[in-house]
Design a protein around this ligand. Sequence first.
Ligand code: ADE
Ligand code: ZN
Length: 344
Amino acid sequence: MEKQSELQILSYINQVPKAELHIHIEGSFEPELMFEIANRNGIAIPYSSVGELRSAYKFGDLQDFLDIYYQGASVLLKTKDFYDLTYQYLRKAANDNIVHTEIFFDPQTHTQRDISLETVVSGITSAMEDAQKDFGISSYLILSFLRHLSEREAFEVLDLALPWKDKFIGVGLDSSERGNPPEKFARVFEKCRQLNLKVMAHAGEEGPWEYVADALDVLHVNRIDHGNRSMDNLELLERLSREKIPLTLCPLSNLKLKVISKLSNHPVKMMMEKGLIVTLNSDDPAYFGGYLNKNYFETAKALNLNMEDIKVLAINSFKASFLPLDIKKYWIEQVEVFHKNFKP
Ligand code: ADE
Ligand code: ZN
């Protein structure tokens, strides 16, 4: 990309209205806030400074990352901690011109430490309400099951969460993928579908393409989180395109967790060419070195994406969202208007 157009693309990315659909709130925990909350809760962090903690963010694979991510989340104790964490992310998101976001939280990471679900959900959702008022950003919450835990534990946390059912729009499946296939949660997901919750699952991030197919066949997901390994099976790619199943891709996460060796190997462009509804997302931005606009920009540079491609990705982010149809249409029109009027 030559200099002029690189700046143009950056300015386009910064300004275009967009949605983020794959962000773990615990993964937006910046070291500065982590130290602040740890101090006020009287908890020691096994790192002497923000700099030392940040320099530990070198991961060989997903599990390396998860170990440090759960350790970070362990300083969150009180409603205000969850509030501050969420409000900080939403302020950053609004700054990136994200107008709508769908946020995962991992209840079991907290209930296992005897933090009540009420503490977690009330802290997160009051920040979501305040951010809507303060920055005009809308957001939905998604309860994610930890797949390294048992089916029974997933049922238990679902039961615990039912009093707050009107606070979350759907359920997801995250944590260590290999060895924890979608089948393990078939019955929990069936119950969630009966409860009219949206369903999605991380699949094909580190696990094989078969896990993506199983998430479709066994869990009947509305959306796949990551789904990179779908590239290994042409029939599956064609099916994702035909059935219009969106993928929430996370390029900087993939790079940091060695799902890809360099950004120019990221499958987003090939998936777009195959007609898939793909979106870009930050996953765990505090750990992977960039929020949403950086994901767009670094990917655009690596893969030579142009403004037309960015427009499609922004439109896809609304198409793939769980927003009501009329609001989706409104934002898609806003992206079109922005595109037409954009003066670099
Ligand atoms: N939890 C938070 N980020 C995750 C990821 N990228 N994969 C699986 N589980 C996660
Ligand atoms: Zn994720």
